[in-house]
Design a protein around this ligand. Structure first.
Ligand code: BEZ
Ligand code: FE
Length: 298
């Protein structure tokens, strides 16, 4: 390192990052010290490149302040910021490099609830009867093609107006469009939901304003969320998407992957409708998943 300046502790424009990093030498947590060194270097480089006015820097501080102020139990504006910057997907990609053949992951999002009801296979997660009925089914296998029993499948989705139950407390029933299922010996799963629609991520706060100012829309294409967990396998947090959705190529949070497209098929033949336990036509979505064993590296 260049020294005198950082050793003496005097701050100069040219040596700014080194001076700050040198001050952290007695850090007790080495990982924290490394992380802060990288962040300090990149942040100082960005400020040097941008050369903000003092008013611009204050605007940035006010944006971060407002981002914190709008957070509550159900509103996590910093996660949204990370999402629209593509950082959530980057962290996901770094931590979930999959061997070929294994199902791919995508963002968790802010609307997961830990204790959704455990349901019988074939149950309906829609508790208010609103929306176009949809049967979702598939098989969960390992990388060798063996069906996996005892997989806990945690699913959640927005309603047909694009809202999760936790965003409409008192309007939607608690746990509407959420459920957990466990696969049996054949590894298959099946449940009923409603056809999802695209929706806007919460855009009435600072992140929404930022998107607007950048000329970006706040929409996520229609999807269903899954977390699949089983002893001996890596937990998979993912979605399946409607490939015909108008926002499929411009997800506000960059969560779409080619392998996560599901086929939505309209079932309206009298025979097939009669074979289901349902009145009237419905959508059928088939999607299989392949889990990676926990012991694999990278
Ligand atoms: C979601 O899919 O639930 C979601 C993901 C990122 C931001 C907002 C919502
Ligand atoms: Fe979602």
């Amino acid at each position: 390192m260049h020294d005198q300046t950082s050793e003496s502790g005097y701050f100069t424009e040219a040596e700014s990052a080194d001076v700050v990093i040198a001050r952290n030498q007695k850090a007790t947590d080495q990982r924290l010290a490394e992380v802060m060194a990288v962040i300090t270097r990149h942040l100082h480089a960005a400020v040097k490149e941008i050369e903000p006015t003092e008013e611009e820097w204050m605007k940035a501080i006010q944006f971060l302040t407002a981002t914190g102020q709008i957070c509550n139990e159900w509103r996590q504006e910093y996660i949204l910021l990370s999402d629209i910057l593509g950082v959530s997907m980057l962290v996901d990609a770094i931590n979930n490099r999959k061997p070929s053949g294994a199902s791919e992951s995508t963002v968790l999002g802010p609307f997961h609830v830990d204790d959704a009801p455990l349901m019988e296979m074939g149950a309906d997660i829609c508790l208010d009867g609103k929306g176009e009925q949809m049967e979702v089914r598939g098989t969960i296998r390992d990388l060798d093609g063996n069906p996996l029993p005892n997989v806990l499948i945690d699913v959640w989705q927005a309603n047909d107006e694009g809202f999760y139950d936790v965003q409409q407390q008192g309007i939607q029933p608690e746990f509407n469009l959420r459920g957990r299922f466990r696969t049996g010996p054949d590894g298959t799963y099946r449940f009923w939901g409603v056809r999802p629609k695209y929706y806007a991520i919460p855009d009435d706060g600072p992140v929404g304003k930022l998107l607007g100012a950048l000329g970006r829309h706040p929409y996520r294409p229609a999807h269903l969320h899954y977390i699949l967990s089983a002893a001996g396998y890596k937990t998979l947090t993912t979605h399946i998407f409607d490939p015909d959705d108008p926002y499929i190529h411009s997800d506000a949070v960059f969560g779409v992957k080619e392998s996560l497209m599901a086929a939505f098929q309209k079932v309206d033949s009298p025979d097939e409708m009669a074979a289901s336990e349902r009145e009237g036509w419905f959508w059928r979505v088939e999607h299989d998943f392949i889990l990676e064993d926990a012991g694999r590296n990278g």
